[in-house]
Design a binder for this molecule. Structure first.
Ligand SMILES: Nc1ncnc2c1ncn2[C@@H]1O[C@H](COP(=O)(O)OP(=O)(O)O)[C@@H](O)[C@H]1O
Ligand SMILES: O=c1ccn([C@@H]2O[C@H](COP(=O)(O)OP(=O)(O)O)[C@@H](O)[C@H]2O)c(=O)[nH]1
Length: 238
């Protein structure tokens, strides 16, 4: 009853959700609530790696980046994820958790570089690893970074904690008649152009046979339910 369904997971936390009700940036109460959820599953003995987005600070495709060279804007977005990762790791430290941040872009004075064997070592030691700077490449997203790092560390599942509570037949923010899938295949999600994750992330997970669970970042207890294998959110499968 109290055994988690997974031994190692990759958790993708929405950058945009970090704003809480603020207009931009990091909302203190929101980050503390996220950390409390993380602490709960870490105590269950689940090995946990996290990718956090940057949309609360900067998005390469945001109106604010209009007229900018796309690659430059994307590097700014990656730096935004570094700030969020540092904030998250510090909030975890304050909550008594041990976290390590690793960056996909060289920024050694601030964050240690991503080295796969080192990341695996941290996970085996029970430390929480936060992967910063996405994939390190422009034209990608942190969802794709989650798919990539999840594959690299041999995670059993990618958990996408986002503003909606699952994958819907259409964007529920735009179409109130949209209904939620309990589960959906990668091929169907890609064919139907469901925008909850980008096609690159879906395709990578499909090829690696790495399932994704999409669930609400705001619903209390949702992360724990997902980790316990309960029927929560939407499972995207091969
Ligand atoms: N078919 C769909 N099902 C669920 N959400 C969708 C769908 N299409 C678009 N979305 C939108 O995708 C958003 C989640 O993706 P994204 O913007 O990448 O958020 P995150 O900040 O978690 O990375 C949701 O807030 C939702 O409005
Ligand atoms: O591998 C990556 C990951 C992120 N980004 C940039 O960083 C921004 C923030 O990430 P994302 O939008 O995925 O964050 P979230 O949706 O979780 O807020 C993106 O818009 C991109 O501009 C990038 O260029 N390459």
């Amino acid at each position: 009853m109290t055994t988690p369904a997974y031994k190692r997971v990759l958790l993708k936390l929405s950058g945009e959700a970090l704003m809480g009700d603020d207009a931009y940036g990091i909302n203190r109460a929101t980050i503390e609530r996220m950390v409390a959820d993380v602490a709960e599953i870490s105590k269950l003995g689940v090995e946990l790696a996290i990718v956090i987005g940057g949309g609360n600070i900067f998005r390469g495709v945001a109106p604010g980046a209009q007229g900018m060279d796309r690659a430059t804007a994307d590097y700014m977005g990656m730096l935004a994820t570094v700030m969020n990762s540092l904030a998250l790791a510090d909030a975890m430290r304050q909550a008594g958790l041990t976290a390590r941040v690793m960056s996909a872009i060289g920024i050694e004075q601030v964050v240690e570089p991503y080295v796969r064997p080192k990341a695996l070592q941290y996970l085996e030691e029970g430390k929480i690893v936060v992967f910063a700077a996405g994939t390190g490449n422009p034209f990608f997203t942190t969802d794709t970074a989650a798919a990539l790092r999840g594959s690299e560390i041999g995670a059993q599942i990618v958990l996408k904690a986002t503003k909606v509570d699952g994958v819907y037949t259409a964007d529920p923010k735009k179409d109130p008649s949209a209904t939620r899938y309990q589960s959906i295949s990668f091929d169907e999600a890609i064919a139907k152009h469901l925008q909850v994750m980008d096609a690159t992330a879906f395709a990578l997970c499909r090829d690696q046979k790495l399932p994704i669970k999409v669930f609400s970042i705001v619903k209390p207890g949702a992360l724990k339910s997902v980790v316990m294998g309960d029927d929560e959110g939407t499972l995207v499968h091969v």
